[in-house]
Design a binder for this molecule. Structure first.
Ligand code: NDP
Length: 244
């Protein structure tokens, strides 16, 4: 191993990119603390990682609840003594045209994708500052750079994650590293949450070239493994076949 083992808390680790990231970072020797609402999935993943001689634990987590996120990060600190990296990965993407007025789904995206990331920052920033260093890896999307029909609100949340990440980087330069990882289309359960038929149909073609989630985990592992003076700020990973 060419880098120090770290304590890494990952939100949304029960499927897709978060799950692949947990596997990959555990294989690199890091100690993982995993959160999501589907605790049974986390339990199975922790079992798999520990059976392979990795170090991992989990706690049920709803990132929309600030107190729950604080407790999640505290539990990670209690277990391992510190938290070096928070991967703010949990996200939802119920796409729809604005005129469908799926206001509840807009609010859910704002709650999970934006408030969830802010809750992660609020929960971990003070202890990172106190210990003299830390690293936030925030998962945005190619939708943080471009907007497409049915994705206005989703993209807005990801533009927000990008803005928050850049602000955090500027304000905390010196001891806190901030990495924005923006995946293009990637295999996961993300599109399962689309209830709008127009958006659901469009997704079938778009998702045909999806990358394996391990490709995004690789980018996260790269950022996490850099020496302390190196802050990888933004990584965009698209399928080679993807024009968008
Ligand atoms: P998945 O749907 O497979 O994973 C999403 C994860 O978020 C799940 O583990 C889910 O767990 C968790 N989650 C959702 N709501 C909450 C909540 N309220 N509290 C805690 N955890 C929650 O999709 P991906 O792996 O693709 O998504 C991961 C990230 O990648 C998201 O931020 C997404 O926007 C982003 N992304 C994905 C792309 C893709 O094509 N797949 C492209 C660009 C960005 P649970 O339901 O158990 O709580």
């Amino acid at each position: 191993m060419t880098h120090a083992a770290k304590v890494v808390a990952v939100t949304g680790a029960s499927s897709g990119i978060g799950e692949a990231t947990a596997r990959r970072l555990a294989a690199d020797g890091h100690r993982l603390f995993l959160g999501a609402r589907r605790a049974e999935r986390l339990e199975a993943l922790v079992k798999e990682i520990t059976t392979a001689d990795g170090t991992a634990a989990f706690r049920r987590l709803d990132v929309t609840d600030a107190a729950d996120v604080r407790d999640f990060v505290s539990a990670a600190r209690e277990r391992y003594g510190r938290v070096d990296v928070v991967v703010n990965n949990a996200g939802v993407m119920p796409l729809s045209p604005l005129e469908a007025l799926r206001v509840d789904e807009w609010n859910r995206m704002i709650d999970v994708n934006v408030r969830g990331v802010l809750n992660g920052i609020a929960a971990a920033l003070p202890s990172m500052r106190a210990q003299g260093g830390g690293h936030f890896v925030n998962i945005a999307s190619v939708g943080a750079y471009e907007v497409s029909p049915t994705a206005a609100v989703y993209c807005a949340t990801k533009f927000a994650v990008r803005a928050i990440s850049e602000g955090l980087r500027q304000e905390s330069a010196g001891d806190i590293r901030v990495t924005l990882v923006s995946p293009g289309v990637t295999e996961s359960e993300l599109a399962d949450g689309i209830s709008d038929p127009v958006a659901g149909e469009a997704m079938k073609t778009y998702r045909a070239v999806a990358l394996p989630a391990a490709a995004i985990a690789e980018a996260i592992a790269y950022a996490v493994s850099q020496p302390p003076q190196v802050d990888v700020n933004e990584i965009v990973v698209r399928p080679a076949a993807s024009a968008q």
